[in-house]
Design a protein around this ligand. Structure first.
Ligand SMILES: C[S@@+](CC[C@H](N)C(=O)[O-])C[C@H]1O[C@@H](n2cnc3c(N)ncnc32)[C@H](O)[C@@H]1O
Length: 257
């Protein structure tokens, strides 16, 4: 059975379109503080909780983004930078990667990791502090966009999708990885079982039980694969396809502008 990774947070969601569920469990500021607080242990927890499998899912997400040599690409809600580093390898020295997050602490961890990396092309990454619902980039700026375990944590998902659409070039792809809010009761039960018996106990060891307790509800309140496809089409993407991965515990939306 695939194990859960915690990219995590319990936070739930609330897109602006009335067609999509609202669930204002926490404010954007509370979420920002939460990600600042967990930054020092975030990477270790992800490896532990997913038995390293999050690395495979992230590679898949980057591959689905279609990023290639020389591209200018964006990793939204980049956290400590896992997807940005993978993108950096894809686009190479002639390309450019922007990793954007609203948590200063997460960006600081990302920047420290970058300094420890030996390959020259990793200098093609720039870290930007910003909000996914108000991107500081011009229209049609990027050749590809990724977002790993971010959208579930953004309060206004509809606005975030609109922004991704705005800053992406015609024909480019957006690849969004997160937990799968499965409509299959067996998958949903498995996720809950793992959260109760693995995730929360492990997070307690890091003093973060409270922070991870809401994960279960955040997944249930997240958009389903079908709703994510509808959201992408709603903001203007011409094509949207949701792939269930990791034993259907995870999912990846691929939308083409
Ligand atoms: C679960 S972490 C995922 C980090 C990374 N993408 C990964 O997969 O390891 C979610 C990240 O989203 C960021 N985030 C949440 N809402 C955001 C927003 N509105 N704007 C920018 N970043 C946001 C958090 O600060 C956090 O670093």
């Amino acid at each position: 059975m695939a194990s859960l990774q915690l990219h995590l947070l319990p936070l739930s969601t609330g897109p602006s379109s009335s067609r999509f569920r609202r669930s204002p469990v926490r404010s954007s500021t509370e979420r920002q503080s939460l990600f600042n607080r967990i930054a020092p242990v975030y990477d270790n927890l992800n490896d532990l909780l997913s038995l390293g499998q999050h690395r495979i899912w992230k590679r898949m997400a980057v591959s689905w983004s279609g990023a290639k040599k020389g591209d200018r690409v964006l990793d939204l809600c980049c956290g400590s930078g896992d997807l940005a580093f993978l993108l950096s390898e894809k686009v190479g020295s002639s390309g450019k990667v922007i990793g954007l997050d609203f948590s200063k602490e997460q960006l600081s961890v990302a920047s420290s990791r970058q300094k420890l990396m030996s390959k020259a092309f990793y200098t093609n990454i720039e870290w930007v502090e910003g909000d996914a619902i108000d991107l500081p980039f011009s229209d049609g700026h990027f050749d590809a966009i990724t977002m790993g375990y971010g959208l579930r944590n953004v309060v206004d998902k509809h606005k975030a999708m609109q922004e991704m659409f705005r800053v992406s070039k015609a024909g480019s792809r957006v690849s969004i990885l997160d937990f799968n809010n499965s409509t299959n009761p067996v998958i949903a039960f498995t996720q809950e079982l793992m959260i109760d018996n693995v995730v929360v106990p492990v997070a307690s060891g890091f003093g973060l039980a409270e922070d991870y307790k809401y994960l279960k509800s955040s997944i249930r309140e997240f958009l389903t694969g079908k709703e994510l496809e509808e959201l992408a089409l709603d903001v203007g993407f011409s094509n949207a396809r949701y792939y269930e991965i990791g034993g259907s515990l995870m999912g990846n939306l691929v939308a083409t502008r």
